[in-house]
Design a protein around this ligand. Structure first.
Ligand SMILES: Nc1ncnc2c1ncn2[C@@H]1O[C@H](COP(=O)(O)OP(=O)(O)O)[C@@H](O)[C@H]1O
Ligand SMILES: Nc1ccn([C@H]2C[C@H](O)[C@@H](COP(=O)(O)OP(=O)(O)O)O2)c(=O)n1
Length: 226
């Protein structure tokens, strides 16, 4: 097969490592497209709940994933991309910790991942793509010229999530968030299909103690875009 000439930067890593933030800033700076693959798993879980499909019903989940009616709409700089599911704005609803946990549960099902595979690859359009998730560099875009694995200590990731949720007006407890982060890390890393791990050719960046700007600079340098 001929090599795909459209460049991709993959940014994989655990929850709260800063993938989404860095991906958005980088995509804007480069003028490239963006793929938030986690949103597809969050939407699959949300649509399943709404349609009364149990997470044990794998055939049902595949049906939901394959027929997702979703649009990602651009927003002004600094605001999250607007996510529209079957005509309804679900941007906020899919960002809760519960939605993330449900996403991680449907994401263990290999056939669900298979049903979302081509939809993700279709985001690879000129002039380039920045893609964030768990398996962007290992499974979805194994030929990506630049692969980043972003990480940070579980404590710092829980702290970041705490600040983010507090600012959004949610009543959260740091200990519960740390437990949730650890449980999700464990599920994402230990599943058989496309587990969370750095690709062999990924550059690992530990963002513990680094500001968002410092991380962005490291990612730009690693991708030859600095
Ligand atoms: N290096 C960093 N230092 C401090 N806060 C950060 C850093 N990177 C991200 N954040 C903040 O942490 C929260 C989670 O970041 P996010 O990009 O959503 O992570 P992920 O997509 O990996 O789950 C956000 O509120 C974000 O602003
Ligand atoms: N490429 C991906 C992206 C997300 N997932 C699953 C596993 C994750 O825990 C959930 C939610 O991912 P998401 O990136 O939206 O969550 P965080 O922002 O990292 O908290 O979806 C996946 O299995 N593969």
């Amino acid at each position: 097969m001929a090599a795909n000439p459209v460049p991709v930067i993959t940014i994989d890593g655990p929850s709260g490592s800063g993938k989404g933030t860095v991906t958005q800033m980088l995509a804007r700076r480069l003028g490239w497209h963006l793929l938030d693959s986690g949103a597809l798993y969050r939407l699959t879980a949300l649509a399943a709940v709404r349609q009364g499909v149990s997470f044990d019903d794998h055939a049902g989940l595949v049906q939901v994933a394959a027929s997702l009616d979703v649009r990602f709409e651009p927003t002004p700089a600094g605001e999250p991309v607007r996510v529209v599911l079957s005509g309804e704005d679900v941007t906020r609803e899919i960002r809760t910790e519960a939605a993330g946990d449900n996403a991680s549960k449907v994401a263990v099902v290999p056939a669900v991942r298979e049903a979302l595979l081509q939809r993700q690859r279709d985001f690879r359009q000129a002039p380039g793509l920045v893609a964030d998730g768990r398996d962007m560099g290992t499974v979805i875009f194994p030929d990506a010229p630049t692969k980043i694995f972003l990480t940070a200590s579980a404590e710092e990731r829980a702290e970041r999530r705490y600040r983010q949720l507090k600012e959004a007006g949610h009543d959260v407890k740091i200990d519960a968030l740390l437990d949730e982060i650890r449980a999700r890390d464990d599920r994402d890393m230990n599943r058989s299909a496309a587990p969370l791990k750095p690709a062999d050719d990924a550059q690992v960046i530990d963002s513990t103690g680094l500001s968002i700007e410092e991380v962005l600079e490291k990612v730009m340098a690693a991708s030859g875009q600095a």
